[in-house]
Design a protein around this ligand. Structure first.
Ligand SMILES: Cc1cc2nc3c(=O)[nH]c(=O)nc-3n(C[C@H](O)[C@H](O)[C@H](O)COP(=O)(O)O)c2cc1C
Length: 315
């Protein structure tokens, strides 16, 4: 039998073997391109290229955090273990910038070697301005946004992790040294610094022209190349109509949420666009505002105050 005939198909899919670095060896996984700035022992900023860098705590904690997946022998990992500080610099889409990212992503070079002719320019961030007595990694001037971060050492008992030649078990689950060659860092976001054009777009609302050109990285493939796509204009897809809960459902839920706090029909009408899964949380938020403010009937006016307060908090 021919080899190809033996491959089993499952409703039009083939089952692919999952191997190390599955996100680039066993799949097509779109990723951001960032340069991570850290301080070496001489206090110079080292830039390393990193794509496995994603939001981790996004709400409901006392702080916001990113997660970085990193080889533990890299300059970046060593510097974070030592200093606990880094900057995540998001790079716009230019061929020469991606070429530089690939150069800065080549393993085994010292900070001095890789930063000697670096294309990117380094400048101080907000942490350096706020604490002139302390050293911080610089930020990349060409970046469109930068997250200044500090490593949350305490999570997963990683506070005693130190730079070593070789890392032996036991390993942590999700923070610090996590395997023989791997490290994960949960990074508290201290500041998000944004170029003015994109700052304005976020504050004033976006249209298709406000999105900047970002590369989408598909990683290192076939032991030869890093692949990435050039940017095209973004498209807005409206959320589905009529997916809200409907007035009757809001009224029903509102009437049962608390024995003392009631809602008028007009106030309920202001919640019809809330997805069903969030409705109880939103109603509970209204009730706790009402109790704090000694209100027993929520009308359109109170609902407006609550919504304004929420919008302000979001900003
Ligand atoms: C575009 C790009 C993305 C990369 N993403 C990662 C990553 O997410 N994690 C990782 O450990 N290495 C990643 N690498 C490889 C590192 O950049 C490489 O290990 C490099 O030596 C790190 O630099 P450093 O030693 O100065 O930290 C990436 C390389 C490139 C070119």
């Amino acid at each position: 039998m021919e080899e190809s005939k033996k491959i089993e198909e499952l409703n039009g899919f083939r089952d692919l073997r999952i191997v190390d670095n599955f996100y680039q060896t066993s799949s097509f996984f779109p990723m951001p391109t960032t340069e991570i700035g850290t301080l070496n022992e001489a206090g110079e900023t080292n830039l390393g290229s990193y794509s496995l860098c994603f939001p981790y705590y996004i709400a409901g904690k006392e702080y916001y955090a990113m997660l970085l997946c990193c080889r533990n022998s890299s300059n970046t990992a060593k510097n974070i273990l030592r200093t606990g500080k880094c900057t995540i610099n998001f790079i716009p889409d230019k061929r020469k910038y991606f070429k530089e990212a690939v150069r800065l992503g080549f393993p085994g070079e010292t900070t001095e070697e890789k930063m000697k002719d670096c294309l990117f320019h380094l400048v101080d961030g907000k942490c350096a301005r706020e604490h002139p007595e302390e050293q911080y990694p610089k930020i990349v001037e060409e970046a469109f946004q930068v997250f200044e971060c500090s490593w949350v050492r305490e999570l997963d008992g990683a506070e005693n992790d130190q730079v070593q030649e070789e890392y032996l078990p036991p390993y942590h689950q999700f923070n610090g040294i996590t395997s023989q060659h791997g490290a994960h860092f949960i990074l508290k976001i201290e500041h998000i610094l944004m170029k003015p054009k994109y700052y304005d777009a976020i504050i004033n609302g976006v249209d298709a022209r406000s999105f900047l050109t970002v590369p989408v990285d598909y990683g290192y493939r076939d032991s030869k190349n890093f692949w990435y796509t050039r940017f095209r204009r973004p498209i807005a897809e409206p959320i589905p109509e009529n997916k809200g809960v409907g007035l009757d459902s809001v009224k029903y839920a509102a009437s049962r949420i608390d024995p003392e706090v009631k809602f008028t029909d007009e106030a309920c009408a202001m919640l019809v666009k809330v997805p069903r899964v969030f409705l109880n949380t939103v109603l509970k938020g209204c009730v706790s505002w009402a109790k704090e403010n000694k209100v027993t009937l929520i009308t359109e006016k109170e609902m407006q105050i609550i919504q304004d307060k929420r919008n302000k908090e979001k900003k």
